[in-house]
Design a protein around this ligand. Sequence first.
Ligand code: MG
Length: 247
Amino acid sequence: MGGGSGNSSTLYRVIMSTDITLVSRQLFALVDVNNFYVSCERAFNPHLINRPVVVLSNNDGCAVARSNEVKALGVKMGMPWFQLKDLVRQHGIIALSSNYTLYGDMSDRVMTILRDFSPYVEVYSIDECFLGLQGLGKLWPTATDMGQSIRNRIYQWTSLPVCVGFGATKTLAKLANHIAKKQPEFNGVCDLAMMPSSQLDALLSAIEVGEVWGVGRRISQHLHAAGIHTVKTLRIRQPLGCVPDSA
Ligand SMILES: [Mg+2]
């Protein structure tokens, strides 16, 4: 499992997926609900807004969703309840049992709204969806305008906050969504496809390569060994020694 050529072809795919020049005519959006389970609970219980909230797994065994306030207190994803208990007492964290019927229903509502924005919809997870936007560019002054419209409509119709990332590949749209979520100055929408190269370079040089979709701990180790630590380096590095997949 995972022999040398397998690693090479995986690295090749990862490097090529961040090469904007190859696929510059394509555009994808990735819409992702922020802190999805917590946001669903807040939509029906406004007392939870601006308070530290954690949602627990099926059997109340561990944390499966955290509000930003809880993240700031150092609660990690998957933290078991027996470790959480003390923090809950100390900081007045509200711990909720999960309600997957509610989350499934809210997910359906979000995906239905997104189908108004593009006929090319790929539901990626319960709270994430790719939109293919080829040929739809003229409908909006800019992709950022479209992203803000998506954010506003989803919030007005469901009370759920989302971030939207745009990119020439799905990998770049994912990365753009990550940036939109982490950097408040983007106001929830980041368009990497139209970004001036100097701004793009500055952004990508500050993002660790492990944030790229599909780069797990093992591939990160290989990339680090090859001197690739940031997304910027990954994007400009020629895939020498890597073997493209024949498929
Ligand atoms: Mg999410």
